[in-house]
Every structure is written in structure tokens, then in C-alpha cells.
Write a protein that binds this ligand. Sequence first.
Ligand SMILES: Nc1nc2c(c(=O)[nH]1)N=C([C@H](O)[C@H](O)COP(=O)(O)OP(=O)(O)OP(=O)(O)O)CN2
Length: 137
Amino acid sequence: MLYVSRREHFNAAHKLYNPAWSPERNAEVFGPCANENWHGHNYEMIVTVKGQPDPDTGFVVDLKALSDLIRTHITEQVDHKNLNLDVPFLKGQLASTENLAVAFWQILQRELPAITPAQLHCIKIYETPRNAVEYFG
Ligand SMILES: Nc1nc2c(c(=O)[nH]1)N=C([C@H](O)[C@H](O)COP(=O)(O)OP(=O)(O)OP(=O)(O)O)CN2
């Protein structure tokens, strides 16, 4: 089994805020991440696909095609956006890195067969250089 990865990036605004809670409870749980007027992150995302190389190309997946797929279906939807307000597929969800990873997985799982018979293995998202979430489906 071979594992092939592509790194992409985007920046976006959000706040961590549970609308079922009072402002005081949100501040207590999420601290400055609950700041009413938003804050931003430079997100880095690594998508890993696993499979066997195609005998004609030697590729598990064409990384240019994978990049285009990620950009079209994910990056262009979230880059320079407010994750709480602007992104239809995140509507009604807390904008945590965990929830981003699951939402992105669902999109890539649906779209990947258009470019490769390989399987999605992992999505790793860095919200900051020190905070990351990995999702394996
Ligand atoms: N399990 C999660 N915990 C936290 C998330 C998350 O998405 N999942 N998100 C946040 C905040 O949005 C943000 O990541 C915190 O930023 P910050 O405190 O600035 O983190 P840094 O590591 O970059 O900065 P330090 O100065 O090192 O704290 C919080 N928790």
C-alpha cells in the first residue's frame, strides 16, 4: 500500500460559540476563541490517499488532479470566508477543526472517485502551527 499526500492552505475567520449557551458560558469554555467579533487562522490541510500505482503512470493519484479537486470543492469554498456565516456545508455546526475535518472528508469521499480508484486515508488540518486534528473516516 502506498500513501500519497497533498498539502493545501486557506485562511478563514471564525469563532467558537455554542448558541445554546449564554455568552458567559461560551467565554468560560472557549476563552478568546469565543470573541464575538471573530478571529482568523492560516489553516494548513494535508490530504492523504492510499492505493496501488497505476501501471501506466506509476501514480496512485495524479497530485495535480488531487490539488485541483481539493481547491475546487474545499479551498475555494472556505478561503477568505467566515466559517460560521459564509459556508453552506458548515451551516449549523460549531466551527472547530474537528468539524472541519469531518465535513471536508465527506466532500472528498464523494468526489475522489472522479480522479482515482485510490481511497481517502486521512485529512490532517493545522488550525495553528501547534494545533492539529487528523481524521481517518
Ligand atoms: N479540540 C479543539 N480545541 C480547540 C480548537 C479546535 O478547533 N479543536 N480551536 C481552538 C481555537 O480556535 C484556536 O486554535 C486556539 O488558538 P490559540 O490559543 O491561539 O492556539 P495557538 O496554539 O496558536 O497559540 P498558543 O499561544 O500556543 O496558545 C482552541 N481549542
